[in-house]
Design a protein around this ligand. Structure first.
Ligand code: 5GP
Ligand code: MN
Length: 338
């Protein structure tokens, strides 16, 4: 679709002075890398491009080039609303439904800008005027690279853009190890290194800037690990009390769910995190192979995502959520058992 309409998008871009770029709520490496990468590209082309994130994001993403220009909707609503109202184009990146922007959704719905979606989640909803959706892609950052290529502007990829896009591809592929990593992904990564992404520095900035509190929280999470060998499932839980004890900061639990999946023979891993201030339990689901956690999260926990990585939530207590989960699990025994 996007290929046949790229000339229309080029024409829209030529008319647009003000552009807003939006990642999903709870932005991760791919969300921030793709929005900032696109922001640099559009600013270099002469547009007033601004990234507005629905809420704040972890410290390990705050070194990204252009980070200081990001507006956080939750803490700067008036300014953000004015920018949205003035925008001729709104790019929405790394999500498939406006509800994933939280309270920012309302002012986006009120905007008469042209909407462009670039996203790799399954089942995109149809709010955008131009939808570039491909669930086979490793990451939205890989798609932004391809989008720039479709605009015949690959030569305009600067070291800043390359750094942002490299970061999101790296984080969304678990450092190039998930099955979504294609040979094409590696070709894109190779080109981004050629264009100035310093891969060793990026890995260091993302993975080797842990606090002691975070590592000790990981210790607690691993103590709480429960394994159901028969159904090849492992899960971890963290209560608000445990989070408080280790001075939890946004992003501190990133990647914890993957430890369950690192167990020999386990194909389904879950983490349950109590969020007292939001009055809910946030869940992350991960799987290996054909077990579809997107479907699982959609069916039982108001969530979604991809086949091997999804999220969801629950508004009952932490313990009740875990009981509910364990009650549901046997329904999937055919897929989960060896
Ligand atoms: P994470 O577990 O890292 O928060 O998210 C894993 C994947 O699932 C990401 O692609 C994320 O965008 C998606 N995801 C996380 N939470 C939700 C949710 O509540 N709803 C939907 N539709 N997708 C989610
Ligand atoms: Mn992504």
């Amino acid at each position: 679709m996007i290929d046949t309409r790229i000339l229309e998008i080029t024409a829209e871009l030529a008319k647009a002075e003000n552009i807003v770029i939006v990642p999903h709520k709870g932005p991760d490496g791919d969300a921030m890398g793709s929005t900032l990468g696109l922001m640099h590209f559009l600013r270099d082309k002469g547009h007033n491009a601004t990234v507005i994130a629905p809420n704040d994001y972890p410290h390990f993403l705050k070194w990204l080039p252009g980070n200081e220009k990001v507006i956080i909707y939750e803490s700067d609503k008036e300014k953000a609303d004015a920018l949205i109202a003035e925008a001729q184009i709104v790019f929405t990146l790394d999500f498939n439904n406006l509800s994933r922007c939280g309270s920012m959704q309302e002012s986006l719905l009120a905007s008469d800008a042209v909407f462009v979606m670039i996203d790799h989640h399954q089942e995109p909803s149809d709010y955008a005027d131009y939808t570039y959706s491909d669930s086979k892609m490793s990451s939205t950052c890989e798609m932004v690279y391809k989008f720039i290529d479709k605009l015949r502007a690959s030569k305009k990829i600067t070291p800043e853009i390359a750094t942002c896009l490299y970061t999101g591809i790296m984080t969304d592929t678990g450092s190039f190890r998930f099955s979504s990593t294609s040979s094409d992904t590696h070709k894109v990564i190779a080109d981004l290194i050629d264009k100035g992404a310093e891969n060793d520095q990026i890995h260091n900035n993302i993975y080797d800037t842990n606090s002691e509190n975070k590592l000790q929280l990981l210790g607690t999470a691993l103590q709480n690990l429960k394994v159901n060998k028969e159904l090849r499932t492992a899960y971890i839980s963290l209560s608000q009390e445990e989070l408080n004890k280790h001075s939890f900061k946004k992003g501190d639990t990133e990647g914890f769910v993957n430890y369950g999946l690192s167990l020999d023979g386990i194909i389904f891993a879950v983490i349950f995190i109590e969020k007292e201030n939001e009055d809910l339990i946030k869940m992350s689901f991960r799987s290996k192979g054909d077990f579809d956690v997107n479907k699982f999260a959609r069916a039982h926990f108001e969530g979604g995502g991809h086949i091997n990585a999804a999220g969801g939530k629950s508004d009952i207590s932490l313990n009740d959520t875990i009981v509910k989960f364990n009650d549901i699990l046997p329904q999937y025994s055919e897929q989960l058992k060896k």
